[in-house]
Design a binder for this molecule. Structure first.
Ligand code: PGA
Length: 247
């Protein structure tokens, strides 16, 4: 049984213009030989330049979303193929900001995952419950339902990861307790093994939501946590490196 290689990915969201490439360089220069795989997912306008700037470094570049079709009349959208062509190696799919703001359903996310695989991109599929759902005692049901609905069978044998991001922890400074994180991660692992067999024990399950240098050590060493998806704290090299070094 292969233990997952941890992945620490920065999600820059709609932040960063040309000047931010220097921050990405500083991250790549400071990473050293940490045991994790490291990625930065900048806005699509920076994908190509960041891929060039970080070429030969340990840091991979990823997208934040991709369309489920490979090309066509979808004004404003970007395909997985285009991201790959611009140098991306992975792509975040089904982030809660897209599920909530663009009404992305599990089915849409699953189709995006298929498109990512066609383009040779590694999907990082996000799941997570709202505060209302947690308070109603439905966190595990919601999250495992999202895992079942968002992961197509095409993922069998492919490299991918899951990011558990409780919606109420994103950008709020609040995080679940470590036992709560472990409970959800164990439930995700059990669902993955049901869906994909024992090989799914090698799939990293990242935690995301207000990860920062001060809480990273505890979170990253919790049971079944295979890395982190980091928003705000990935924008500054010092903070992101502090998280990476916590592993
Ligand atoms: P945050 O965002 O680290 O700023 O809470 C995480 C995410 O949305 O991926």
């Amino acid at each position: 049984m292969t233990a997952p290689t941890p992945l620490i990915a920065g999600n820059w969201k709609m932040n960063g213009a040309s000047a931010a490439l220097a921050e990405a360089k500083a991250i790549a220069d400071g990473v050293g030989d940490c045991p994790a795989r490291v990625a930065i997912c900048p806005p699509a306008t920076l994908t190509h330049r960041m891929s060039q700037a970080l070429d030969g470094s340990k840091v991979l570049v990823g997208g934040q979303d991709a369309h489920w079709d490979d090309a066509g009349a979808f004004t404003g959208d970007i395909s997985a193929e285009m991201l790959a062509d611009a140098g991306a190696k992975l792509v975040i799919l089904g982030h809660s900001e897209r599920r909530a703001g663009w009404r992305e359903t599990d089915e849409m996310v699953a189709n995006k995952v298929k498109a990512a695989l066609r383009a040779g991109l590694e999907p990082v599929v996000c799941v997570g419950e709202t505060l209302e759902e947690r308070d109603a005692g439905k966190a595990l049901q919601v999250v495992t339902g999202q895992v079942r609905g968002s992961l197509p069978q095409e993922l069998a044998g492919k490299t991918f990861s899951i990011a558990y991001e409780p919606v109420w922890a994103i950008g709020t400074g609040r995080t679940p307790t470590t036992p709560d994180i472990e409970e959800v991660h164990r439930a995700i692992r059990a669902t993955l093994v049901e869906m994909f067999g024992e090989a799914a024990r090698g799939v990293p399950i990242l935690y995301g939501g207000s990860v920062k240098p001060s809480n990273a050590t505890e979170i990253l060493h919790a049971a079944e946590v295979g890395g982190a998806l980091v928003g705000g704290a990935s924008l500054k090299a010092a903070d992101f490196l502090g998280i990476i070094r916590a592993l």
